[in-house]
Design a protein around this ligand. Structure first.
Ligand SMILES: NC(=O)c1ccc[n+]([C@@H]2O[C@H](COP(=O)([O-])OP(=O)(O)OC[C@H]3O[C@@H](n4cnc5c(N)ncnc54)[C@H](O)[C@@H]3O)[C@@H](O)[C@H]2O)c1
Length: 473
């Protein structure tokens, strides 16, 4: 029998030549016996037992694989008892302690965790190739997470490509720096990317054969990026937009996911949440929301993105999730104006509340699908709004705008080191849509942000807007 092992999260269950299953740490190609008896250890041991001795796995080739119909081989190993192998006594004891009910034959198979389930997913689902389209601040953090998960879960191909718009940093090409030092020194300095994240300057090469495309470029560039990609992505690829913003189409609002879907013809989900990139990079706890109409794909995407400190909830109302991600940046600009004018936390709370009311109102008016209040209680809703109004780049630039009187463009250059602002352009796009629908007066906060940024209205008008908000009339 060939040696069989199962690797999840740095731990490995190993079937020894003597037919025992032991749990080890797998570090730098070495095996070190694990003395813990955690849930993961137990899951690993029992799942390997199940695979080997219940006839679920085939060892007819050098690579153990699932039996038919998942594999095409016919020379599969017989059932467990034929091998004469024994189940490790420690593992049996541990499950008894956990109070699991015995399975037929006196063997107890505890429920399998999601990481393990996905590690063991049949090959038809397995080996999905992932590409991160974008390499800015958030794009690099997402590559860090997806890269680490792809390296440990067999559902995904180990290598994760990251499309990088080539530029020179300190006389060297950014892609060379990323591929040798495993750090995006321009957009995410100080954090290492997993070595299986490969920077690729050619967009088509980066995305070739990808099953999952994570779109994470500033929203003003997504149209051009998709135009280049048209006809070069797999038909059954699944896309995820992590882009916060909206666009304007002939019939009004166009979601970024709609643009990607229209141009590439693939199914698009979204990921939005209270996720300031630098904090996620530091692995400080936070939550996020995936909006995905296909719950099976939602689970695969969750497996790709979730970590102990980045918890993912999947909801089906994808359009609402996306609208939240775009509109909160406009509210954050309003919050930044109030900070710059020296107003306090009470004022900011009012901006957040009134902003949320306008976000809900806008979503109800313009989303094609259902819009329920519960989605606004997810990370993509109220949580993202709060964090952006306290910590994000839109708030920061708006505060400087109120304090210095410099233009938004100038401050974006001075303060953001090549990163892009989303709040002001989203306010402009929204304003055109509202005007065309004769709905400007229903959204005074969104309108005030637009007029202050682009029409020369004094920044103090933000307070007038709060005082006269229809919510108080
Ligand atoms: N940074 C965050 O905290 C954060 C969090 C959640 C979501 N997001 C969203 O993610 C998206 C991307 O943000 P980010 O922080 O990764 O990027 P960023 O703002 O850091 O932008 C810089 C990126 O834009 C690229 N770029 C510049 N000119 C370009 C062009 N002409 N064509 C294509 N790309 C070009 C640069 O190469 C670089 O990768 C945005 O929509 C943002 O709202 C950001």
């Amino acid at each position: 029998m060939v040696p069989i092992s199962l690797l999840v999260g740095g731990k490995m269950a190993l079937l020894t030549k003597r037919g025992r299953i032991k749990c080890c740490y797998a570090e730098k190609g070495e095996e070190r016996l694990c003395s813990h008896d955690s849930r993961l250890c137990r899951d690993l041991r029992s799942e390997l037992f199940h695979l080997c001795f219940r006839g679920a796995i085939c060892t007819c080739s050098a690579t153990p694989h699932r039996r038919p119909p998942c594999c095409e081989h016919r020379l599969c190993l017989g059932p467990a008892s034929a091998t004469g192998a024994r189940f490790p006594p420690g593992a049996r004891r541990s499950r008894r302690r956990a109070g699991a009910a015995p399975a037929p034959g006196g063997l107890e198979i505890p429920p399998v965790g999601s990481a393990l389930r996905s590690a063991l997913a049949p090959r038809t689902m397995g080996g999905k190739k992932v590409c991160v389209v974008g390499s800015g601040n958030w794009g690099s953090v997402i590559a860090k997470i997806a890269g680490a998960n792809a390296a440990r879960l067999s559902t995904f191909e180990n290598q994760v490509n990251m499309w990088v718009l080539e530029e020179e940093v300190g006389g060297r090409r950014l892609t060379d720096i990323i591929n040798t030092e495993h750090e995006n020194v321009k957009y995410l300095p100080g954090y290492k990317l997993p070595p299986n994240v490969v920077a690729e300057p050619d967009l088509l090469k980066a995305c070739a054969g990808a099953d999952i495309l994570l779109f994470v470029v500033p929203h003003q560039f997504i149209g051009k990026v998709c135009d280049q990609l048209k006809g070069h992505v797999k038909k059954d690829a699944v896309g995820v937009s992590l882009i916060k913003g909206v666009d304007e189409g002939p019939d009004g609002l166009r979601l970024i996911s709609d643009i990607i879907h229209e141009k590439l013809g693939i199914e698009i989900s979204v990921l939005m949440g209270a996720n300031i990139a630098s904090e996620v990079a530091e692995e400080k706890f936070c939550e996020t929301t995936i909006g995905c109409k296909n719950m099976q794909h939602g689970q695969t995407l969750k497996d790709l993105m979730q970590t102990p400190n980045f918890r993912v909830t999947v909801v089906q109302e994808a359009d609402t999730v996306e609208i939240c991600g775009a509109l909160k940046n406009i509210v954050a600009v309003g919050a930044g104006f109030c900070d710059g004018l020296g107003y306090g936390d009470n004022t900011k709370a009012a901006v957040i509340r009134l902003g949320l009311m306008e976000m809900i109102g806008f979503a109800k008016l313009f989303c094609k699908g259902p819009v329920t209040s519960s989605t606004f209680l997810e990370s993509c809703g109220i949580a993202d709004l709060i964090t952006t109004c306290y910590g994000g780049r839109n708030r920061k630039v708006a505060e400087a705008f109120a304090k210095t009187g410099k233009s938004i463009e100038q401050l974006e250059k001075e303060l953001l080191n090549g990163q892009k602002l989303q709040g002001p352009p989203t306010a402009a796009e929204l304003h055109h849509i509202l005007k065309s629908k004769n709905a400007v007066e229903k959204f005074p906060l969104f309108t005030a942000v637009y007029q202050i940024c682009y029409e020369g209205k004094p920044v103090t008008d933000i307070i007038k807007c709060l005082q006269n908000h229809p919510e108080h009339m």
